[in-house]
Ligand binder design. Structure first.
Ligand SMILES: *Cc1c(COP(=O)(O)O)cnc(C)c1O
Length: 388
């Protein structure tokens, strides 16, 4: 399609088709393109070649049939919920959710007449017990953020399907490198590509992957009118990021494990949440469900929120940031950022204390990371004993 590409020579990188619309010699071809997700390209809110390359790539990585890329992770989640649900429908969701998803569900409950029941997904029978005649959708996350709970996906999918539910799994924290929920029976997988898939903190995007091409077609015909589609350049950045996804995730898992091993023996740490540790309540399930335990860990310090804030202020290499999955290790306090939408009682119910610290491992040298974290922890302890 570009003038400098000749037979026998192709670009090594995907092309960016930075065009809003496509021109046609034939009105009938345009009419055809306008009405389906897999035909000719017509208008970039409906489909675009760079975006379609990304959709095909992620669909394959997730063992799905097809995908729809969106302008953010929340764009994917809201489009999935709004296209699958009607007023009066009932959702069953796991009670450990990303804060934005939790807030969206609250919005759907309060303003759209959709009912939500939160269940402890550690017990698949809880899903069956929560089912009603208007139940329509089961919503799960592969690895819950920030405490790392992992649930028995095949049993949950079976419980959902027995009740005729559409099963949706947010696979952002696991990535298809660690888990492919569709192979466990999920109907739809959603991602924030802003995190690991993009991987370089330079792009915001999301995607919904479908196990079945027909449900993708139905979704597409509604979702294009919601308008949260992905820009070609953003799609290109994610395509570039994905090329190194397995290498990055491998390193991030190694770094998280290294830090968890050391944090658990540090005197300032009161509790540590990482599914890779045998004492984590999801360890056995995570070992069955995941190829590795992920790059995110969380911990509480003696001294609660004040100690956490002090710890964050003393870090130098590790940066305070409201994201994860990039090349640099980041730290933050979930109750103030990713889960700020939760009330105090909702936070308590989710076991997130006001001082819980989340670390998302990047690609740095593990010893450099630990040196920074250890120095910050030691400095907090020294100040505390000085005050005493
Ligand atoms: C970040 C995140 C989202 C939201 O994605 P955005 O790209 O910020 O809209 C959804 N789910 C999980 C698990 C996330 O970490």
């Amino acid at each position: 399609m570009t003038a400098d590409v000749v037979d026998g020579s192709s670009p090594a990188a995907p092309a960016i088709f930075q065009t809003a619309a496509f021109t046609f010699d034939d009105q009938d071809l345009l009419t055809e393109a306008w009405s389906r997700p897999d035909g000719a390209f017509a208008y970039s809110r409906l489909q675009n070649p760079t975006v379609r390359t990304l959709e095909a790539t992620v669909a394959k990585m997730e063992s799905g049939q097809s995908a729809f890329a969106t302008s953010s992770g929340m764009g994917a989640i809201s489009m999935v919920l709004l296209t699958q649900l009607s007023t009066g429908d009932h959702i069953i969701a796991q009670d450990r959710l990303y804060g934005g998803t939790f807030a969206l569900l609250r919005e759907l409950t309060q303003r759209w007449g959709i009912e939500v029941t939160y269940v402890d997904a550690a017990d698949p029978a809880a899903v069956s017990n929560a089912c009603r005649s208007n139940s329509r959708l089961l919503y799960l996350e592969t690895i819950a953020n920030p405490l790392g709970q992992v649930y028995e996906l095949p049993a949950l999918m079976t419980a959902g399907h027995r009740a005729g539910l559409i099963t949706v799994v947010d696979n952002t924290l696991a990535t298809p490198c660690l888990c492919q929920p569709i192979t466990y029976g999920a109907d739809i997988v959603v991602h924030s590509m802003t995190k690991y898939l993009g991987g370089h903190s330079d792009v915001v995007g999301g995607i919904a992957v479908f196990a079945d091409a027909d449900s993708h077609r139905q979704f597409w015909s509604r979702a294009i009118d919601f308008g949260a589609t992905l820009d070609p350049f953003a799609a290109w950045l994610v395509l570039r990021g994905i090329q190194t996804l397995p290498l990055r995730v491998h390193r991030q898992c190694e770094n998280a494990r290294y830090l968890a091993d050391r944090l658990q023996h540090h005197a300032a740490v009161r509790s540590l949440h990482y599914a890779g540790l045998p004492q984590h309540r999801s360890h056995a399930v995570a070992t069955r469900m995941l190829r590795d335990y992920g790059g995110v860990l969380a911990f509480d310090l003696f001294g609660g929120r004040a100690a956490s804030r002090q710890f964050l202020d003393k870090l130098r290499l590790v940066k305070i940031a409201p994201s994860l999955g990039g090349t640099a290790t980041t730290v933050m306090i979930p109750s103030a950022i990713s889960h700020s939408q939760l009330s105090e009682s909702e936070l308590r119910a989710a076991d997130i204390s006001p001082g819980t610290v989340r670390i998302a491992a990047g690609l740095e040298h593990a010893q450099d990371l630990w040196r920074d974290i250890q120095r910050a922890l030691d400095a907090c302890r020294d100040e505390a004993s000085h005050r005493r």
